[in-house]
Ligand binder design. Sequence first.
Ligand code: CU
Length: 176
Amino acid sequence: MQRTLRQIPFILSLFALAVAGIFWTVGLQSAGAHEYTAGTLLIKHPMARPTAPVARNGAVFLEISDIDGPGDKLLSVTTPQAAKSELHETTIVDNVARMKRQDAVEIGAGDTVTFAPGGLHIMLMGLTGQLVEGDSFPLTLTFEKAGDVAVDVKIEEYHEHDKATDDDADKAHHQH
Ligand SMILES: [Cu+2]
C-alpha cells in the first residue's frame, strides 16, 4: 500500500510529460506543415506573397488533395482581406499570359490540385490592406461536399513545399 502511494507522484509526472509531449508535437506540426483537413480533403500551406503598399490585388496559392476520397469541387473563396476573391487560372495564349476566371475548380478522386504561380490561383481583388511578410489572414474555402473550410494564409515569398527533396535547411534558405 505504502509503495503504491509513493508511486503516485512518479505516475503523475509521467502523465504530465506525456501531455507536454502531445502539445509540443501539435505545436510543431502547425508551425511546420501548416495544413488542414476537412473530411477526406487535405489542404496544404495556403500562402500569399507580400505586396507593395500601393498594390490593389494579390494571389493565394495552396495545394488541395483528396487522395482517399471521392473528389470534391472548390466553388468559391472569401476573405476579409479583399473586396472580392475569384478562382483564376493563368494560361499562355499566343505568348501572352492571360488570367481566366474559373467558375469552380474540380478536385478529382485521388487527385492533388496545386495552385501555384503561372497556373491556378485565388485572386484577391481590392486588397483591404497591404500583404506584409510574416503576417497572416483568414480565408474560407467553400467546397461542394466538404462545405466551408477556414484556413490561415501565411504571407511569405513563394517556394515549393512538400517536395520529397525539400529538407528543412532548404526551406529555411528559400524563405529569405
Ligand atoms: Cu488572377
